[in-house]
Ligand binder design. Structure first.
Ligand SMILES: *[C@@H]1O[C@H](CO)[C@@H](O)[C@H](O)[C@H]1NC(C)=O
Ligand SMILES: *[C@@H]1O[C@H](CO)[C@@H](O)[C@H](O)[C@H]1NC(C)=O
Ligand SMILES: *[C@@H]1O[C@H](CO)[C@@H](O)[C@H](O)[C@H]1NC(C)=O
Ligand SMILES: *[C@@H]1O[C@H](CO)[C@@H](O)[C@H](O)[C@H]1NC(C)=O
Ligand SMILES: *[C@@H]1O[C@H](CO)[C@@H](O)[C@H](O)[C@H]1NC(C)=O
Ligand SMILES: *[C@@H]1O[C@H](CO)[C@@H](O)[C@H](O)[C@H]1NC(C)=O
Length: 355
């Protein structure tokens, strides 16, 4: 079934054959598209990608969206790494499937962030394709056209991002089954947890949308304004989701329900909230079995008080100081005519890395 039929069947030079044994890995295997170089994915085509049969079918049916799926995956991976660049868990990826390694199935709040940001990336990229007129199935939001408020001197115009199609696609592509997701459950499985967090990611696109306007009128008088609905830059969506991650909530795992009978009261879980099943490890020390790289060798900041401070990042183990030579162009002068003359300036900087 799903589990048996997936793996990277072909890849240019690496020619890696990956057999996916658990269906959960499979469902995350499309995320691998986020670390491939442009062109490779399009060249391979839907049928040769590591996708579940259902995803492969959807991909073939809407092959025009393949660049969008790749772009969505790329956005998600890049934003995850940007948001976590200063943290002990830095959202590192590998070239294998699943691209996020063990973190994809650990059921921690890191898993929650990954699913949310990847689902949001898909919505964002597919919606972009719609707005750019690349698609026949979707385009700009036509419902707004012609509306507005004449009294207040503005009307809808231009192209409003229409996220419905991208949201539908992201759901269809990522979710194994589209169950009726209840917002009030007493217990979760890894699969329903992932589904919940993916949906929270899609809603983040909806929540961070804004209205942009442009002025018209005699010499910028702004007598008339044209306005349109637009998605936030993806970095803003990432920041929103990082905040959700910081405030994520632990829920009860279904198999453990009997043991934790005291916790059986129904939690109210908001659909915008990120949820997790398992507490995160501290990510301090390398643990190959759990796919944790540890923070040894990571660069830390001696003067910072944030998570990148040497104290926090190195988990109190201390740090090494190296002196690095920094060469820059400096004191640039314009020389008549026509070139710029610069000096080479050298400076010595301290760099700290965790022991
Ligand atoms: C994709 O796979 C099919 C059959 O598995 C094969 O015939 C085709 O050549 C492959 N396409 C590319 C671009 O490798
Ligand atoms: C994350 O940290 C590891 C070392 O623990 C490093 O090898 C890797 O390059 C980092 N990844 C990113 C994306 O910064
Ligand atoms: C839309 O199509 C154009 C031309 O084919 C392409 O350059 C662009 O990257 C596409 N945009 C998206 C978001 O797929
Ligand atoms: C966006 O949010 C609004 C208000 O919560 C909701 O009515 C609408 O269905 C959402 N759109 C999508 C595509 O989820
Ligand atoms: C989902 O479940 C709720 C309550 O159980 C119900 O009211 C609603 O109609 C269901 N929605 C769908 C699409 O089945
Ligand atoms: C270290 O942290 C301080 C305070 O947050 C900041 O001003 C400085 O730019 C950081 N240095 C580096 C090398 O990131």
């Amino acid at each position: 079934m799903e589990a048996r039929n997936c793996g990277v069947r072909h890849m240019n030079t690496l020619s890696l054959l990956l057999v996916c044994v658990c269906p959960l890995c499979c469902r995350g295997s499309w995320m691998w598209l986020g670390v491939t170089s442009p062109g490779v994915v399009e060249k391979l085509g839907c049928s040769n990608l590591s996708l579940s049969p259902r995803q492969r079918e959807l991909c073939s049916r809407k092959s025009i969206l393949l660049p969008g799926v790749r772009e969505g995956a790329r956005l998600g991976v890049a934003e995850c790494q940007r948001q976590f660049r200063h943290e002990r868990w830095n959202c590192s990826t590998n070239q294998k499937v699943p691209v996020f390694g063990h973190e994809l199935t650990s059921g921690t709040k890191e898993t929650a962030f990954i699913y949310a940001v990847m689902a949001a990336g898909l919505v964002h990229a597919v919606t972009r394709s719609c707005s750019q007129g690349n698609m026949t199935e979707c385009g700009c939001d036509a419902r707004l056209r012609g509306g507005g408020s004449a009294a207040e001197g503005w009307h809808w115009g231009g192209c409003s991002d229409h996220i419905q199609y991208g949201t539908w696609f992201s759901r269809k592509f990522m979710d194994h089954t589209l169950k009726n997701m209840s917002t009030s459950r007493s217990s979760y499985t890894l699969s329903t947890m992932n589904q919940h967090n993916s949906e929270a990611g899609r809603q983040a696109i909806n929540r961070t949308m804004s209205t942009d306007c442009r002025c018209h009128g005699v010499s910028g008088s702004c007598a008339v304004k044209t306005c349109w609905r637009t998605m936030a830059p993806f970095q803003r969506v990432g920041t929103y989701l990082k905040d959700r991650y910081e405030h994520s909530m632990q829920v009860t795992e279904r198999s453990k329900r009997k043991m934790k009978w005291k916790d059986q009261r129904r939690l109210h879980v908001d659909k915008h909230q990120l949820i997790f099943l398992n507490k995160s490890p501290n990510y301090c020390l390398e643990d190959r079995r759990r796919g944790i790289a540890g923070t040894r060798g990571r660069r830390c900041n001696r003067t910072s008080t944030g998570p990148d401070s040497c104290n926090l990042l190195c988990c109190g183990r201390g740090y090494n100081t190296h002196v690095v030579r920094h060469v820059q162009r400096c004191e640039c002068k314009f020389v008549w005519c026509c070139y710029v003359h610069c000096r080479r300036c050298e400076s010595m900087n301290d760099m700290h890395t965790c022991k």
